[in-house]
Design a protein around this ligand. Structure first.
Ligand code: ZN
Length: 145
């Protein structure tokens, strides 16, 4: 059996005869940008190494649904005017996932998204690890910063 190590720790084992080991390892990493993966063969020799930089599923369907529910439950006439039906639920969803939006002088730190070209990509911090990411509400991406 071959082994997959995630951030240096044993994560899973796989039969190399399936020829899917690298593809599977890549897909495992897709929701956690910044994680590093190493695939080793039976003798412990490294046969593949990669580090992901972008997740195209910042929010899963279930988190998106929970965020949309919370978005509607917390809507008031006062906050309706400053909310956006795409951007606000996305950042509610990220907070459910344990990310905080970084601010400077009370403002979100925004940048242009290289994928969708919109300028609502915000700097966020993973509360558990302290790692920083760029999060785009339009293409649902989370990118290492
Ligand atoms: Zn984008």
């Amino acid at each position: 059996m071959w082994t997959i190590h995630r951030n240096g720790r044993l994560y899973d084992t796989l039969d190399p005869k399936s020829h899917a080991v690298l593809q599977i390892a890549r897909s495992l990493s897709s929701d956690n940008p910044g994680d590093s993966f190493t695939v080793k063969n039976e003798t412990g020799e490294t046969v593949g190494e990669f580090k992901t930089t972008v997740s195209h599923m910042a929010l899963t369907k279930s988190v998106q649904a929970a965020a949309l529910k919370k978005y509607h439950e917390t809507m008031t006439p006062e906050n309706r005017v400053v909310r956006d039906d795409t951007i606000t639920p996305f950042f509610i969803g990220l907070s459910i996932r344990g990310f905080s939006t970084e601010t400077r002088n009370g403002c979100d730190i925004l940048s242009d998204c290289p994928t969708c070209r919109k300028s609502s990509r915000a700097l966020v911090r993973n509360d558990a690890t302290g790692k920083m990411f760029q999060a785009c509400p339009y293409c649902n991406t989370l990118t290492t910063h």
